[in-house]
Design a protein around this ligand. Structure first.
Ligand SMILES: Nc1ncnc2c1ncn2[C@@H]1O[C@H](COP(=O)(O)OP(=O)(O)OP(=O)(O)O)[C@@H](O)[C@H]1O
Length: 591
């Protein structure tokens, strides 16, 4: 836990030092008036009390109280500034780190779980820093000072009071152990609930259409019930040990009273000392009680801190030697790759895409077409062989350099919840207004934007949910046009569009691919008839390569797929003997 705390402290060390110092000072000011209280009691029982002296002590106590209040306000502000600065710094660090992870990391983790780390777990430790740590630091300090006063008054009774601490500590250790056990389950259940709820909201359309709403959406219901059970257990199982820890303090206080009366009767203790212990002795336990409860909270929060640090320590994709490519041809050399180490999705795949030429990837569903494009963009690293751009292995390039060379247009377009204009501008943030509008015009975005009341400044909704599939597609092409990257990856860009939209998109794509190295995953074979090279994949291997004419003459798998497309004109069939949709009058991407 301590190492976790130090890890986070490093994101704003000066603020942490300042805040802890002011907490300690505040703890001191809370304890010092107790010393004056002792002096007043002793003065009262001195046999010859001096009223002026007592008033002086009272005035000092009032002044200290005023200073304490002022410092408490300052400390509270300082601690909150520290807590929220730490959490903001950590969230920024998490955001930076997440974008440097390989896609593999994202695929292996539930997105809801990752969102829970950034939002809920970071919020949890905001609490640690805003309240718990300061409370503990101040309370430890106050306990030390009050103990010193009590030891000076009578070491035997002070010792009895402090003897309660080891027993309480044992109870707290037990409850900590249980908290770590139950807390991990609780956090896991909480995240499962968030993930299922996210899934519920995102899939609400399908859930409604299949009548799975409410109780019938059982995975969410199960997650909610598990969360309820885990919450009860997290409170109920360690709770009794915290109570016993508090009870131990009360028992030792009673023991102290018994001994104080005994010492008083045998003359080894003055009445002043007895009164002191009765009043101040109990105050010793106040900060300790705070520590007991806060320490338990701290242990629970530490589970969140563990999760945040685990994400931060996930290895980033290496930047290799930071080489720069010499051109924009792409080559695969003996590439073998699998999403899981034991199952190869591509085997010994080799091919070359010359700069400014077009390669089309064709093949049955699941044959590895999309995987090839993902490897080109270095979303994943290959297990053996190499993927090169301009003769440089992508593993030797900084991933951000690889992304900067590539524009992608996918069937599933993701738009940010912003205006159409800004969504296009994400392609190149330093683009001028004229350049953004030019890209919008070339991608046929203006054709539909004119009809919207706010034109290009209309909002797209989350993920682009206020627009049609074809409109989103055109925005994504405009974004790619603006980026003007030398390599363009197109994946099923027109597979699900109606003929009218398809004509618009094909026109926009023809703009996009001019003078670029293009790799297109094609389901409609008619669109790639004129590609310089067609690669036919089957079960992760290259089955055939050539131009459309050469492949048709071969009368192999490509010919078979083409023939089926001409006949079916509709649905995609999966499997080895599969075929893809045929749209007879489809416009080719390049002519
Ligand atoms: N993230 C992933 N994790 C594990 N396996 C995956 C992942 N993505 C794809 N696969 C598997 O890899 C294989 C190739 O998938 P890929 O998406 O490359 O095929 P495809 O030819 O593009 O298929 P389609 O035409 O249906 O899109 C499939 O068996 C698929 O199940």
């Amino acid at each position: 836990m301590i190492s976790n705390l130090f890890y986070t402290f490093k994101t704003a060390p000066a603020l942490v030092r300042k805040s802890l110092l002011s907490e300690l000072l505040h703890g001191l000011l809370v304890a010092v008036p107790t010393g004056f209280l002792l002096l007043i009691i002793q003065e009262l029982f001195s046999g010859n009390p001096v009223a002026q002296r007592i008033w002086l002590y009272v005035i000092i106590m009032v002044v200290l109280l005023g200073v304490q209040l002022w410092l408490a306000a300052k400390t509270m502000i300082g601690t909150n500034v520290m807590a929220y600065t730490l959490s903001t710094n950590l969230r920024i660090k998490l955001g930076d780190h997440l974008q440097r992870l390989s896609m593999g990391t994202f695929k292996q983790r539930d997105p809801g779980d990752l969102a829970a780390v950034v939002l809920q777990d970071v919020a949890n430790f905001e609490m640690i820093f805003a309240h718990t740590i300061g409370n503990i630091a101040g309370a430890v300090f106050a306990t030390l000072i009050i103990s010193v006063f009590l030891f000076i008054t009578d070491w035997r009774l002070a010792l009895v009071l402090l003897c309660a601490l080891p027993l309480s500590w044992v109870m707290i250790r037990i409850s900590n152990y249980l908290i770590v056990q139950q807390g991990s389950k609780h956090v896991a259940a909480r995240n499962e609930t968030s993930a299922r709820f996210l899934e519920y909201v995102q899939g609400i359309r399908h859930i409604k259409s299949f009548g799975m709403t409410g109780k019938r959406f059982t995975s969410l219901e199960t997650a909610l019930n598990d969360f309820r059970r885990a919450s009860i257990r997290t409170e109920a199982i360690p709770g009794p040990f915290v109570l016993v820890a508090g009870l131990a303090l009360e028992v030792f206080f009673l023991l102290m009273i018994y001994l104080a009366v005994t010492f008083l009767t045998n003359g080894s203790l003055t009445p002043a000392a007895v009164i002191t212990f009765l009043i101040v002795g109990y105050r010793l336990y106040e900060p300790i009680k705070i520590v007991l409860v806060d320490y338990v909270i701290l242990r629970y929060m530490n589970i969140s801190l563990d999760r945040v640090i685990e994400v931060l320590r996930t290895p980033e994709q290496s930047a290799g030697k930071g080489y720069v490519p010499a051109g924009f041809n792409i080559s695969f050399e003996q590439v073998t790759f699998g999403y899981q180490d034991d199952k190869a999705v591509l085997q010994n795949v080799s091919f070359e895409v010359p700069e400014r030429s077009m390669l089309a990837l064709v093949g049955p569903s699941g044959s590895g077409k999309t995987t090839i494009t993902a490897l080109m963009a270095r979303f994943w690293d290959v297990q053996s062989g190499s993927v090169k751009i301009g003769g440089t292995d992508v593993k030797e390039m900084d991933p951000s350099r690889v992304y900067s060379l590539i524009s992608e247009v996918f069937q599933d377009v993701y738009l940010f919840d912003d205006t159409i204009y800004n969504n296009i501008r994400f392609g190149r943030m330093d683009a001028t207004d004229e350049e953004v509008r030019d890209a919008a015009a070339r991608a046929m975005v203006l054709d539909f934007a004119w009809d919207l009341p706010e034109g290009l400044h209309a909002r797209t909704g989350e993920g682009g949910n206020k627009l049609s599939g074809g409109q989103k597609q055109r925005i994504s092409i405009a974004r790619a046009l603006l980026k003007n990257a030398p390599i363009v990856l197109l994946d099923e860009a027109t597979a699900s569009l109606d003929p009218e939209n398809e004509i618009y998109i094909q026109q926009a794509i023809r703009e996009l691919v001019k003078d670029k190295t293009v790799v297109v995953v094609a389901h409609k074979l008619a669109t790639i008839r004129h590609a310089e090279q067609i690669l036919v994949l089957q079960e992760g291997c290259i089955a055939e390569t050539g131009t459309h004419t050469q492949l048709m003459e071969k009368k192999g798998l490509y010919h078979h797929l083409w023939e089926i497309q001409q006949q079916s004109g509709g649905w995609k069939i999966t499997g080895n003997r599969s075929a893809v949709v045929s749209v007879h009058d489809t416009v080719p991407i390049v002519k």
